[in-house]
Design a protein. Structure first.
Length: 327
């Protein structure tokens, strides 16, 4: 079963966050921009990124782009270590104790896309507008022939041998590096890593799910995560002893029941296990929706009253991180 699932996930690279017609907020198929003045801000951001790293000001937030959070080994196009980069979106001002922070992990079948994808940027800005910092990360991709570090060996060995499995393990590896960087530099970045969320789409959702629920089953130390946002994802690692256990992160999940790339049963199963052990769960199973922000109608279709899945994600993140602060 794991092998079949991984093959399906490989087809996600063009469907999740692509910038063609109908792709993501601001694409030709979207009528509404989920965050005010998104298009204009994106243009200025891209211009500033020509001289990375850089910092830009947006209404109610700052965006620092091209922060190097670590290095990772690759074998292509040349053998060596490559820099791993993130963009940090922070609310304006300096709160006492630091802002809660969400790590955003892009999709793309572990083979493509980036931290600058429009859907990821919209979520980052939405979080920052609600007083939550967001770190959108790049990670090593399959085409670079990445080499996982020893800390994720047990996860890598639990997966079938394939480039896709290596990509999955490396994405987890780099996410752990990003969280470590944010933790080590929390004071200077103005964030509180004890209030940490992970949100990903497609391959990024699988990564978030693995970090949130799977690592401990393989003896891998992971961060304390308050909640996971899993957008058309699921767990592909063969089950461990518990995999989803009591006391693990709250879960927000979205999946279209017509997703041709990642079967909706992956989220159905994850949600069922999370509910069984008493985790806080919100699940939007969208009838007729496909794979990716556009075809899943993430930014456009109401799922609860007049609220879209995007609006519900922001509300869930805010509630989970506030509850963590008071616990």
């Amino acid at each position: 079963m794991a092998v079949v699932g991984l093959v399906l996930a490989a087809g996600c690279s063009g469907a999740d966050d692509g910038r063609g017609a109908g792709a993501g907020p601001g694409g030709q198929g979207e009528q509404a921009q989920p965050v005010g003045q998104l298009g204009r801000n994106r243009q200025s951001e891209r211009a500033e990124r020509a001289g990375q790293p850089g910092q830009s000001e947006a209404v109610g937030m700052t965006v620092e782009s091209g922060i190097e959070y670590g290095k990772g080994e690759v074998r292509a196009p040349a053998a060596g270590d490559v820099p791993l980069l993130l963009d940090l979106y922070r609310p304006a001002g300096e709160p006492v104790g630091g802002y809660p922070v969400v790590v955003l992990i892009h999709g793309g079948g572990f083979a493509g896309q980036s931290r600058e994808d429009d859907g990821v940027v919209a979520i980052a800005r939405g979080l920052a507008e609600r007083g939550i910092a967001a770190a959108s990360i790049d990670y090593r991709l399959i085409g670079q022939r990445p080499v996982p570090s020893a800390r994720v060996d047990a996860l890598d060995e639990a997966l079938p041998t394939s480039d896709m499995s290596t990509g999955m393990a490396v994405a987890v590896d780099d996410t752990l590096t990003a969280v470590g960087y944010l933790t080590d530099h929390a004071d200077e970045l103005g964030i509180d890593p004890d209030r940490l969320g992970l949100v990903g789409s497609s391959a990024g959702a699988m990564t978030a799910d693995n970090v949130g629920y799977v690592l401990d089953d393989h003896g891998i130390a992971g961060p304390h995560v308050t909640f996971v946002g899993s957008l058309w994802g699921g767990i592909y690692v063969p089950p461990g002893v518990d995999q989803v256990g009591a006391g693990e992160p709250a879960l927000f999940a979205v999946h279209g029941d017509a997703d041709p790339a990642v079967p909706v049963r992956r989220s159905d199963d994850l949600v069922a296990r999370a509910r069984h052990v008493g985790l806080d769960v919100e699940y939007h199973r969208i009838a007729g929706a496909g794979h990716g922000y556009s075809t899943a109608r993430f930014f456009t279709q109401p799922v609860e009253g007049t609220q879209t899945a995007f609006a519900r994600l922001l509300a869930f993140a805010e509630s989970a991180l506030r509850s963590s602060d008071s616990s």
